[in-house]
Design a binder for this molecule. Structure first.
Ligand code: NAP
Length: 235
């Protein structure tokens, strides 16, 4: 029960990586808040789903008002939610490009700063951004997506400096491919080819991700901030 007594917020907790993170924190004794766009069907003790549109500043602030009223604080935040449209830049629909900037980058910014406002009272916090191998591999078709994933690491690095006096750490985990709805949007042969080219040529497992999230979230990692860890040998 390593997270007993902790309040953990996971964005995009309704599906995919976010759901496996939420379930992990719940198993380990945390009270978990899940921000997602749609109504969440997970109804278990200790889980509080809140509908939030991350691209909308007011919606994020409303979500945090609810967190403040219900819990009074938050200890660990995982900025996991993101959207992906993979398309050559010249034919990428502008609305899709904007959608990635709004959710992946602006949403991460808003959640991190609102969380830090709550964390500063207790002078303790962990902010963990879920990045992507795309930030390093810079694949064709992913100009905006890869840029947003590089940007969330930069965001964490700057916030790490701003929040260091408050004992709040900010780090990024760049994950490789794992079976989710987002992955299903991409042609499987393209993803297989990318995975085959990794130094460790396999898909990520849930445990690969949870291991690094636990490391960043740990009490013992209080001197670890502004770091990006990539899975699978990506750098
Ligand atoms: N899967 C991979 O292979 C892979 C590889 C590298 C990096 N990643 C990263 O891993 C993270 C999780 O990806 P995933 O594959 O689990 O994605 P996913 O299956 O598509 O799930 C995305 C989650 O984010 C939420 N979300 C999206 N836009 C939102 C918005 N504007 N406001 C609020 N919530 C929003 C969704 O909410 P709803 O459920 O309500 O729609 C959903 O719960 C992302 O940061 C992604 O970039 C994934």
């Amino acid at each position: 029960m390593r997270y007993s007594g902790k309040i953990v917020l996971v964005t995009g907790a309704r599906r995919g990586v976010g759901r496996l993170l939420a379930e992990h924190f719940l198993r380990e004794g945390a009270q978990v808040i899940g921000f997602s766009r749609h109504a969440d069907d997970l109804s278990v003790k200790g889980y509080t789903p809140i509908a939030v549109e991350l691209g909308d500043a007011e919606s994020v602030v409303r979500g945090f008002n609810q967190v403040r009223k219900t819990f009074g604080r938050v200890d660990i935040v995982v900025n996991n939610a993101a959207v992906l449209t993979s398309q050559y830049s010249m034919i990428m629909p502008p609305a899709a490009a904007l959608g990635m900037l709004e959710t992946n980058l602006f949403g991460t910014f808003m959640v991190s700063r609102e969380a830090a406002k709550l964390m500063r009272k207790g002078k303790w916090g962990r902010i963990i951004n879920i990045g992507s191998m795309a930030a390093s591999l810079e694949p064709i078709g992913d100009s905006i997506y890869a840029a947003t994933k590089a940007a969330v690491a930069t965001l964490a690095n700057v916030m790490a400096k701003e929040f260091a006096p408050l004992n709040i750490t900010c780090n990024t985990l760049g994950i490789t491919a794992i079976e989710t709805d987002m992955l299903g949007q991409l042609p499987r042969d393209k993803v297989d080819a990318v995975v085959a080219g990794l130094p460790m040529p396999r898909y990520a497992t849930a445990d690969d991700i949870l291991n690094v999230v636990d490391f960043f979230a740990s009490e013992r990692s209080s001197y670890v901030t502004a770091q990006t860890v990539f899975l699978g040998g990506v750098n």
